[in-house]
Design a protein around this ligand. Structure first.
Ligand code: HPA
Length: 238
């Protein structure tokens, strides 16, 4: 039971689990709760950023929207960790693939997250800090991906502040550095988790390929989404 209330989360006595799955879209959070969890209660509705707690295979787990971009996930991840004792956050989302060998619907596990954001400047470090996923979560996610026969890639992703970039050539330069795909949240999530000594991981499906120009349809995205969720949900049992 959480009686704490923060500026962006008001559980009104509903529980928040130690593990939170975070899709970007709050309606996606509702879909995940309705589809995969049992004994579901809603713990947040502030700004329609829906959050739910339930059980998966007997393990308590929460799922909440993060919104789009680093400022948004920065707020929710910080409040969940600092005020609600959350110890594992797993982002589940889509990303734009940046390598030719990453096919549409492939799963990408974000081992590290480069960024064009200035978010890290708050830590006043005299250099470039490398946002890194939790090894504990990543190891189990890879085991699950293997078990399910998913087509997956593990490596560096880009968390960009800019969806509509004025510079047409920027993707190619990140791609040359081996970046697998672009999304907009994980570097901040990894930093906040590291700063508080907790675990975070981003798992993605490739919804489009920015190098080849291929795109998925809505129905196809649903299939890929299922593969990603089947890797993410067992992490609640760690
Ligand atoms: N950019 C950022 N985030 C994304 C993209 C993209 O092209 N595709 C899916 N998520």
């Amino acid at each position: 039971m959480s009686t704490t209330s923060t500026p962006h989360i008001n559980p009104n006595g509903a529980p928040i689990a130690k593990t939170v799955l975070m899709p970007g879209d709050p309606l996606r959070a509702k879909f995940i709760a309705d589809t995969y969890l049992e004994n579901v209660v809603q713990f947040n509705g502030v700004r329609n950023m829906l959050g739910f707690t339930g059980t998966y295979d007997g393990a308590e787990v929460s799922v909440m929207g993060s919104g789009m971009g680093i400022p948004s996930i920065g707020i929710y991840a910080s409040e969940l960790i600092k005020f609600y004792d959350v110890t594992q956050i797993i982002r589940v989302g889509s990303c734009g693939a940046m390598q030719r060998n990453v096919d549409l619907y492939d799963v990408i596990i974000g081992m590290s997250a480069s960024t064009d954001s200035n978010f890290m400047s708050q830590y006043n470090l005299p250099g470039t800090w490398a946002p890194t996923a939790s090894w504990k979560l990543m190891k189990v996610a890879i085991e699950e991906a293997e078990k399910q026969g998913a087509k997956y890639h593990v490596g560096n992703i880009l968390s960009s502040d800019v969806f509509y970039n004025d510079d047409d050539s920027v993707n190619e330069r990140w791609a040359k550095m081996g970046v697998l795909g672009v999304e907009m949240e994980s570097a901040a999530l990894y930093a906040i988790a590291a700063r508080h000594g907790v675990d975070a991981l981003g798992i993605f499906t490739a919804s489009d390929n920015l190098i080849t120009g291929e795109r998925t349809t809505a129905e196809e995205r649903q299939t890929a989404f299922t593969a990603m969720m089947e890797i993410a949900l067992p992490l609640a049992k760690i």
